[in-house]
Design a protein around this ligand. Structure first.
Ligand code: PMP
Length: 394
């Protein structure tokens, strides 16, 4: 059977594949600590669960408008206006199946075949594939050593065919949160070169210290006009399996995503729309508790990594750490490191190569303190058996 070149070029999402491999090993009886997960280990708040159950029992299981129910779009417009400090109308909101769906719809809406799109490394692996699916050309831009933005590298990467860039703060996999000054600098570059920005703000509620997140849209009217925000319920409300998110952008862009999705998926899941609405309306207390627990784990994990001699860019947000393991790598790079760690010690991590940075690995702390303690114990033992200097000298 002939498969389209569009699909032949795509690999299965490495994080999902790794998660599946770790689960399969655990099912076969191996004692595995899975630190490759990209989802909160908490239940969705009861108010969300009840709203979903009520929607099912009440028969709210029919198609909705392609852009989402009017009440959710209105609520999201109010929510974005309040949290980003700039007014959005319901017509500027398109509800999607997830943030990933919002992102792919927005890239398909903005990106012409052959357009270059800047991905600021390390970049979440789906960005590259989504841009390629849209016919765009992903241009990988290296970051500073602390994983913050390297503006000179960004400027150098811009050519005649560069049309846009993807911003992700707090970042997956580093947890890096851009300062307001950095977003302003990026905004100036976008204005100067007439670039659109897709701002993936899915982790914005998970920031543990320092300055809050700055969205480009809050800086000026003209940045608001060239920026599309993508966000959703997965991380904030621990609703990963509900699959619900949105894009907030000027009407033409939100409308483009709506038209596209009206053919590709019809409408977002009706049950999840009600559940998301309940979460947004109530601001459940479980959200703050979850963030406080992530903050506690982050502190523990970072001090453990530091005591093992691993250099880790400081993660102010999200629920990942991204230590540099380059002294321990052989020719197989970060994938080989993760393979050996999984086989020998039963700890699943994600290789940095999945994010375009082969010198690092990603650890998720969206798992219990006990499991984090067990994983770091095993990682310490693994590193001790493969002393960095010895590996480097080979
Ligand atoms: N953006 C980033 C940076 C992510 O890490 C993820 C999930 N891992 C998503 C988007 C996708 O979120 P959703 O579940 O809403 O598709």
């Amino acid at each position: 059977m002939h498969l389209s070149s569009r699909v032949r070029g795509i690999s299965l999402s490495m994080t999902l594949a790794l998660d599946a491999r770790a689960k399969a090993l655990a099912q076969s009886g191996r004692d595995i600590v899975n630190m490759s997960v990209g989802e909160p280990d908490f239940d969705a708040p009861p108010v969300v669960q009840e709203a979903a159950a009520k929607a099912v029992r009440g028969g709210k299981v029919r198609y909705t408008p392609a852009a989402g129910t009017q009440s959710l779009r209105k609520l999201l417009a109010e929510h974005v206006s309040a949290t980003r400090g700039v007014r959005y109308s319901p017509e500027e909101i398109t509800v999607c199946h997830s943030c990933k769906h919002a992102l792919s719809g927005t890239v398909l809406t903005l990106c012409e075949p052959g357009d270059e799109v800047l991905l600021l490394l390390p970049a979440w692996l789906s960005y590259m594939e989504i841009v390629r699916i849209a016919g765009g050309v992903p241009i990988e831009v290296p970051s500073r050593a602390d994983c913050g933005p390297d503006f000179e590298a960004i400027e150098r990467s811009i050519g005649a065919r560069t049309r846009g860039l993807l911003l992700n703060s707090p970042n997956n996999p580093t947890g890096y949160v851009w300062s307001k000054a950095e977003v302003e600098e990026l905004g100036r570059i976008a204005e100067r070169h007439d670039l659109w920005i897709i701002s993936d703000e899915i982790y914005r509620r998970l920031i543990y210290e320092g300055e809050p997140d700055t969205s480009p849209v809050s800086l000026s009217e003209s940045l608001r006009a060239r920026t599309a925000i993508v966000d959703g319920a997965s991380k904030t409300y621990a609703m990963t399996g509900y699959r619900i998110g949105f894009v907030a952008a000027r009407k033409e862009v939100a409308g483009g995503v709506e038209r596209l999705h009206s053919h590709l998926t019809g409408c977002p899941n009706a049950i999840s729309q009600d559940a998301y609405e309940a979460g947004l309306r109530e601001e459940p207390p479980e959200i703050a508790k979850m963030a406080a627990e992530f903050a506690r784990r982050r502190k523990f994990l970072l001090s453990e990594l530091d005591s093992m001699g691993l250099r880790t860019p400081w993660p102010r947000g999200a629920f990942y750490a991204f230590p540099d393991v380059s002294p321990w790598l052989d020719a197989r790079g970060s994938a080989g490191f993760c393979e050996d760690l999984l086989e020998k010690e039963g700890v699943a991590l994600v290789p940095g190569s999945a994010f375009g940075v082969d010198t690092h690995v990603r650890l998720s702390y969206a798992l219990s303190m006990e499991k984090i303690a067990e994983a770091t114990k095993r990682l310490r033992a693994f590193l001790a058996k493969h002393p960095a200097a010895k590996v480097a000298a080979r």
